[in-house]
Write a protein that binds this ligand. Structure first.
Ligand SMILES: Cc1cc2nc3c(=O)[nH]c(=O)nc-3n(C[C@H](O)[C@H](O)[C@H](O)COP(=O)(O)O)c2cc1C
Length: 355
């Protein structure tokens, strides 16, 4: 009998050879914010997955909050990503890119001089972040976005979607999780606006929905998914009593846009609080596109959850870092190599292409 995880499926108009997804993972190897040959090698080595979702990639100079993360707004970046998508396609894989605007999760030392640190409200993220020039630094207070800033940023997402297709990607995942810009609009801890972009549920989902609409108008909704993290606490996100209502309204709106998939983060295996199983089940029941499960999966749990219809595909993160041949290992039951956390975000091939 073939376990469900290794059976083919579809996503939008794409045929996927199995239901194993490589979760998006920031690896900070994009020196100068431009993708390179080393990244092409890394992704191509993992092309046995049914779908690769490339790491968080900024649609704007203002969204490059971390050191050495890639962008998708300049000609150089499009050309760099083209190397990656060509290598993955030559190896028989399919690849989406995750569009991640870091918003307030940023530091001037990581950004170009003219870039701006923008967020729904002028509230600094708690804690510190890494900068290559000055080590750990406290998060600065971001600039609260004006209506013009919001319109410009939505336009940047749309252009980045077009750039993604020009760069050869099969589609785009909008990162609305983990406390980055879109999630900063969803969450009451980061969005204290009193205009049409903040306050009630309808207003807090507006940015996510407008980005999804602009992206769909540019490249078609069947090539777009969204990643969400209800009950997540990363980067200062805080659950609130309206959380279930907010995500269910968002799902309704995403149905209307016709997105291909929703990708639900669950970082309880990394020490984060549990994500309400009731809400996950309701999102599953209400969302019309595909549902990607993620967080702490092994083959047995993945097959059990697929068989129980909890989702259609399963994303694996850390196991893919240290096991480029993860699909074969999951299938054969071979032992997995554990990842070396000390090289998750360091430059170069060590801990990247040498597993
Ligand atoms: C090094 C590293 C980088 C990550 N970067 C991203 C990212 O850019 N975007 C994102 O949505 N999630 C990111 N994540 C979260 C993963 O996509 C995934 O949700 C998490 O690792 C849990 O899955 P796992 O238990 O299979 O590792 C990252 C995780 C790790 C370990």
């Amino acid at each position: 009998m073939t376990a469900t995880l290794f059976t083919p499926t579809t996503l939008g108009k794409l045929q996927l050879k199995n239901r194993v997804v490589m979760a998006p993972m920031t690896r900070c190897r994009a020196t100068g914010n431009v993708p390179n040959e080393l990244m092409a090698k890394y992704y191509a080595l993992r092309a046995d997955a049914g779908l690769l979702i490339a790491e968080g990639t900024s649609p704007s100079p203002n969204g490059l909050g971390y050191a050495r993360i890639p962008g998708l707004f300049s000609a150089d970046q499009v050309a760099g990503w083209r190397k990656v998508t060509d290598a993955v396609h030559a190896a028989g894989g399919k690849i989406f890119v995750q569009l991640m605007h870091t918003g307030r999760v940023s530091h001037p030392a990581n950004m170009a001089a003219e870039a701006r640190i923008l967020a729904p409200s002028a509230l600094a993220a708690p804690g510190e972040m890494w900068t290559d020039s000055n080590g750990m630094q406290p998060y600065p207070v971001p600039t609260a976005m004006s209506d013009d800033d919001i319109a410009t940023t939505i336009g940047e997402y749309a252009t980045a979607c077009k750039n993604a297709i020009d760069a050869g990607f099969d589609g785009v995942e909008l990162h609305a999780a983990n406390g980055y810009l879109i999630d900063q609009f969803l969450n009451t801890a980061t969005n204290q606006r009193t205009d049409r972009w903040g306050g009630n549920v309808e207003n807090r989902i507006r940015f996510a929905v407008e980005v999804a609409k602009a992206a769909a108008a540019q490249i078609g909704a069947e090539r777009i998914g969204m990643r969400i993290s209800p009950y997540g606490v990363f980067n200062g996100a805080v659950p609130d009593p309206k959380m279930d209502a907010l995500y269910l309204r968002l799902v309704e709106e995403l149905n209307a846009v016709g997105l291909a998939y929703i990708h639900v983060v669950d970082h309880s295996s990394m020490g984060a609080p549990e994500v309400s199983p009731e809400l996950k089940a309701k999102i599953r029941a209400n969302f019309k596109g595909k549902y990607i499960l993620s967080g702490g999966y092994d083959a047995a749990r993945a097959n059990a959850d697929l068989d129980a219809q909890k989702g259609d595909l399963v994303a694996f993160g850390r196991p893919f870092i240290s096991n480029p041949d993860l699909v074969a290992k999951l299938q054969s039951g071979a032992a997995l190599t554990p990842p070396d956390m000390s090289t998750f975000y360091t430059p170069g091939e060590k801990g990247y292409t040498d597993y």
